[in-house]
Design a protein around this ligand. Sequence first.
Ligand SMILES: Cc1ncc(COP(=O)(O)O)c(C=O)c1O
Length: 438
Amino acid sequence: MSHADLDMDAYWMPFTANRQFKQSPRLLTRADGMYFTDDHGRQVLDGIAGLWCVNAGHNRPRIVQAIQEQAAELDFAPPFQMGHPKAFELASRLAALAPEGMNKVFFTNSGSESVETALKMALAYHRVRGEGQRTRLIGRERGYHGVNFGGLSVGGMVANRKMFGSLLAGVDHLRHTHDLARNAFSVGQPAHGAELADDLERLVALHDASTIAAVIVEPVAGSSGVLIPPQGYLQRLREICDRHGILLIFDEVITGFGRTGQPFGAQTFGVTPDLMTVAKGLTNGCVPMGAVIAKQQIHDTFMQGPDHLIEFFHGYTYSGHPLACAAGLATLDTYAEDGLLTRASELQGYFAEQLHALRGEPHVIDVRNLGLVGGVELTPRAGQPTKRAFDTFLDCWQQGVLIRTTGDILALSPPLIADREHLDRMIDAIRTALRRVA
Ligand SMILES: Cc1ncc(COP(=O)(O)O)c(C=O)c1O
């Protein structure tokens, strides 16, 4: 069934070139396993797990059934001063998956809300323990932490920031770790750049550690173009934070749930943060949900004063929504049954080999990879930044493969159920497109 007669006028689409889209729509109507179906009945191979979220592939029967049954059993339960069993169950399951000592879970509805929650938790934590002057938040250039004001402020993508005024006060940024001159075409973690973590010492020298609450980084920056942390970088950041009593927040919205070969990036890189934000793969993208996973000690710091008083004045109407919890539990079951949380570590060798074979194709100035995340950076077309990557995306779509672009970088993040043939097809589509686009 075609949707040629669909009225598209009213819908203002997010992060979309609305006019281009409405002139030549790309409509998805069904999904199953590794494939979407479009409104012309065409099968489209999903090279990006929807939007880095459908890690177990689409339309998984266990998850679908859990959502359906939950909707009929308990559609909503107020999360303030009330609870329902599945929220507790899901929190326990997440704590068991998370790095040692990270065993308290606060539910949200998105990655952006998880980031706001983690930043507020960090500020309040210091205040509760008597260091309320620690109000400064440190992000990183080229970081992406969602679109709300806290996340925008610590984020470092100029197009996302420049329209929205002065953002939060008291925020500073580490320099980014992207270094084509030294690290282009690195397979896995680049060798150079651990010392870039010392930029935090520079900010400590400038602001004084006693004013800094937290540092937030993505273990692997996804949305700003697949930036893999240099070897030793995250360890060094952890050491500097510890030295100065600064909390380290990992934004694992993309790296969570098996993307890098372990349940969380923290485990892949062997660095445990104090707070971790997750979303996306938590429910396999089926119901909006996010969470902040906190170290026990951070949580316990809040647990003081009369026990009838609220300890943390924060939460959302839909925190721990029953449908999301049901989806989350069924998602974790599906990941466990299919061994998906470590599958990327088995596939990454093959994926890296095939992806790096794009070196030498037209316009390619870098290829990078880790787990089942891949990035291919192109030279921008003169005077038309982002256009070459966008044309490559459109060409792949015509070939029946969905990829993603950010700036002039192509990104792949396939569902973790992908097999070698799927990976081949995604990479072949990119190769074919690159040979065609100007
Ligand atoms: C690292 C990171 N943090 C936060 C977000 C925001 O998540 P959401 O779009 O669910 O608000 C994203 C989304 O891509 C992300 O990649």
